[in-house]
Design a protein around this ligand. Sequence first.
Ligand SMILES: N[C@@H](CCC(=O)N[C@@H](CS)C(=O)NCC(=O)O)C(=O)O
Length: 257
Amino acid sequence: MLELFDNAFSPYARKVRMVLSYKQLDYQSIDGLALSRRDDLLRVNPRGEVPVLVHGKASIVGSAQIVAYLDDLVPDPALLPSSLEARAAARKWHEISDGPLDAIVHDISLWQWPTLSRTDAPPKGLVDAGMRAAYDVLKLADSQLDSPFLCGVLSIADLALFPHVSALKFLGLKGHRVPKVDAWFRRMREVPCVARDLSYLKSEAASAFSRHDREHYEAVRIVWRGDRIEWLLANGYFDWFEREYREGRVVIPGVSP
Ligand SMILES: N[C@@H](CCC(=O)N[C@@H](CS)C(=O)NCC(=O)O)C(=O)O
């Protein structure tokens, strides 16, 4: 039996769930970010991050590693296209989605999380800068979308990008013209593994927003790492981040307790 240390809203966990579903694999989901499961999560990943896949004695940490593991476990349907060029492009989109695009979406969305008890406003200009940067990524996708999916056939490129575009739509990315991305997004919503995850997400969101899940999850401290810190600092938000740190709202995985 496969066990997934999961979280409904994590873009990385969303990607892994869609892959599991695409490959028709059954698994047991454990909400690894629920405070009640924190010790269990730390046992399989001392960084305290989801997703983690447990398969027998193996614990696979990190969504890209999990995706590669699942593709080895069940090669058909494949997550990479067949041509050398398209495979390289799919890996590139996987990396853009997991790295810089995740960072942008994370950094501008903190004020929308139902689990956080923030009542302040984002620092001046942050959301606009994020939306501009995200739009640049979407324009690149738009310029490359000349088939139904990013790299020809449905691949990890689409499954990795989708959660971020879906979050950007939720955040209100409006007034930007990316017609091919919009058509791709509509097409993606109909792909069975994507549709299934969207309906799961919808039901989880309804309960999280209605009970304002602050007792079940960390409500104050935010985990900051790698690209997410880099994007913030590259955009000049040193003072804001320092204040967050001094006021005890910053966790650096593997360093902070
Ligand atoms: N590189 C990792 C990143 C995983 C990650 O950042 N997970 C976030 C959720 S999106 C997390 O678990 N953060 C810990 C927390 O919020 O407590 C991956 O690809 O799986």
